[in-house]
Ligand binder design. Structure first.
Ligand code: UD1
Length: 341
């Protein structure tokens, strides 16, 4: 059985945690990354955690000839394609940059997989494809809503490309994992999220506020039609999320896929509000956070969380980490980055 996996964007937040779990599960990982939104230090972190130095090649997946050399040199049968831009606001300002990068890199990967007969791909999709869903929790059969950002549109289009490419091929198998809100860090605090500039996402903003890098967290809206007025999300621990990729790869490598293209929600199945998360962070870490209520952020859906039945039953995967531990790990990582304590 071929246990080699190409991980594009493997130096990033989700990519580095997935690499650790793949190595722990006995896979050999080849990473390509162009460090456009990641840092070489994550590769050192992976090595310190696992004792294994993954093969690394600095490549931009939009550069097909550079990527071809990786396919020429390595006989992996599976690819996990993380490499993509992911900032919602930026994608609205620079849509062409998002379409060019996110679509071209996927098409290059799929082209080369076809040319070199590499059959398995896991794609990083997002709960953003559901938009403001009419019925909660969302299942994989919940209709997708028209995307409200170029970023969201690249995820929808990428899923469609994967569906069509697998349908047209006798051998290609694809699994799209729709991530809910990945948070936290490896419990070793050796790898974690490294946002550039002012964080867009909630947990990095919280940890940077706790560290004194940001003055005050703004809670975007307390007047939603939710139990406490703040938005509800499905916050999934990054290590649990990483494990879902290992299971998805195993399913394809061992020939257990039910069809050539499959989609799974990767969440906890439990809604947590922004207030609950902030209070949970304070409790888990025994500190007080400076926060204020601010206006709603445009584009935010009031609530979204996953029905995880399919992932639980079909993949045999389930989120396991306690939110407390996840929030502790997030803070440990921030302290590590800032050299606190
Ligand atoms: C966003 C993206 C999602 C992407 C995910 C991870 C959309 C609409 N959202 O999810 O696709 O996969 O990031 O990168 O496409 N909040 C605050 N204060 C802050 C920051 C956030 O109150 O400083 C609130 C937000 O209003 C929201 C919740 O926290 O209600 C979560 O926000 P965020 O972490 O940015 O994730 P999403 O917008 O859910």
């Amino acid at each position: 059985m071929n246990r080699k996996v190409l991980v594009t964007g493997g130096a990033g937040y989700i990519g580095s945690h997935t690499t650790v779990e793949l190595i722990n599960a006995g896979y050999e990982v080849i990473i390509v990354d162009n460090f456009s939104n990641s840092d070489p230090s994550s590769l050192e972190g992976v090595e310190r955690i696992t004792g294994v130095k993954p093969t690394f090649i600095e490549v931009d997946c939009c550069d097909k000839e550079a990527l071809r050399k990786v396919f020429e040199a390595h006989d992996f049968m599976s690819v996990i394609h993380f490499a993509a831009y992911k900032a919602v606001g930026e994608s609205v300002e620079k849509p062409l940059m998002y379409y060019r990068n996110n679509m071209l890199s996927l098409i290059n990967v799929l082209d080369l997989m076809s040319e070199y007969n590499r059959p398995n791909i896991v794609f990083s999709s997002s709960a953003t494809v559901y938009g403001d869903a009419d019925v909660l929790p969302v299942t994989e059969l919940t209709p997708r809503k028209p995307a409200t950002s170029a970023y969201g549109n690249t995820k929808q289009m990428a899923e469609d490309i994967l569906r069509d490419a697998t349908a047209a091929s006798a051998t290609l198998h694809g699994i799209a994992l729709r991530y809910f809100n990945p948070i936290g860090a490896h419990p070793s605090a050796l790898i974690g999220e490294l946002p550039r500039g002012v964080p867009n996402n909630l947990v990095p903003y919280i940890t940077q506020t706790a560290a004194g890098v940001r003055e005050c967290l703004s809670i975007f809206g307390d007047d939603y039609a939710t139990p406490d007025g703040s938005c509800q999300r499905d916050f999934i621990d990054i290590v649990d999320l990483a494990r879902a990729h290992v299971v998805a790869i195993g399913r394809m490598v061992e020939g257990r896929s039910k069809s050539q293209y499959e989609v799974f929600n990767v969440g906890t199945g439990r809604p947590v509000s922004v207030f609950e998360l902030v209070n949970g962070f304070e409790k888990a870490n025994n500190l007080k956070l400076n926060y204020k209520i601010a206006a709603r952020r445009s584009g935010d859906v009031p609530a979204v969380w996953a029905d995880t039945t399919l992932a639980n039953e079909e993949l045999g995967w389930k989120a396991e980490r306690e939110l407390n531990d996840t929030l502790r790990a997030a803070w440990m990582w921030e302290k590590h980055v800032r050299g606190i304590e």
